[in-house]
Write a protein that binds this ligand. Structure first.
Ligand code: MG
Length: 255
């Protein structure tokens, strides 16, 4: 494992890339409405990124066909935008990445389409809360396992499960750098609280809890991309790119 520590200048470039990502996600949040098809969101994301001078990073990544990942209801991540229509009460996860001045930003939000059920609302709140506690744990001197444990504990203590087969990641000039950032403690990787690589200033990570109402098990569609819950339960996904500093972590993907 080789973790790339970024200079202040590199983090400034990532801050700019991150701002672009967050700005596009806010535009999408304002535009999501019942009756729209997921492809329309993809077009908006590409247009907004272009206006801002950034390049969507997912398009063509390992052959991914969209600019944006759009995952609806029981879909967890990597949904391909298309003709699917969004209905009132759906929840939709939007995951977007941009390359700007050779650096990457990566973030995700889950949004209710119109009015959603209290269960869906609570799932989204818990998932966003899990991301927040994960970020709060990302302090110098702590260990990677402390982030994973914080996310897992927050979600599981509220009766939810965290997806185990997909993780957060280091990020920089590449979308995926070391280390992987699991959303759960995994003894097999030696990732327990207080274990794993020591966190240090200049590390840049994408934290991205995926939280399910039901079981954590996943399955992949025949399109080879869309990941959904095996039991059909609802899933939410929130992601931020952050930088570890001397003190409080900095969220780079913010407007
Ligand atoms: Mg990511």
């Amino acid at each position: 494992m080789s973790i790339i520590i970024k200079s202040d200048h590199e983090i400034e470039l990532m801050r700019q890339a991150g701002w672009l990502v967050a700005t596009v996600l806010e535009v999408l949040r304002a535009r999501v409405r019942p009756g729209m098809c997921t492809e329309e969101l993809d077009v908006i994301a590409a247009e907004e990124a272009k206006k801002l001078g950034g390049r969507p990073s997912f398009k063509g990544y390992r052959g991914f066909p969209g600019n944006l990942c759009v995952s609806v209801n029981d879909e967890i991540v990597h949904g391909i935008p298309g003709k699917r229509v969004l209905y009132e009460g759906d929840i939709v996860s939007l995951d977007f990445g941009i390359i700007y001045q050779d650096f990457q930003g990566d973030a995700a939000i889950t949004i209710g389409v119109g009015d959603v059920s209290p269960e869906a609302k609570q799932l989204m709140d818990v998932t966003e809360g899990a991301l927040k506690v994960g970020i709060a744990a990302a302090r110098p001197g702590e260990r990677l396992g402390d982030i994973s444990a914080a996310i897992e504990q927050y979600a599981e203590s509220r009766g939810y499960s965290v997806v185990r087969e997909y993780t957060g990641h280091g990020i920089g000039r590449n979308m995926h750098e070391d280390p992987q950032v699991p959303n759960c403690t995994t003894p097999a990787f030696g990732l327990m609280p207080g274990a794993g690589p020591e966190l240090q200033k200049g590390m840049t990570l994408a934290l991205e809890p995926m939280v399910n109402i039901g079981d954590w098990a996943t399955k992949r569609d025949d399109d080879n991309w869309t990941v959904r819950t095996r039991d059909g339960s609802l899933s939410a996904h929130f992601e931020s790119t952050i930088a570890i500093t001397d003190g409080e972590p900095e969220i780079l993907t913010r407007v």
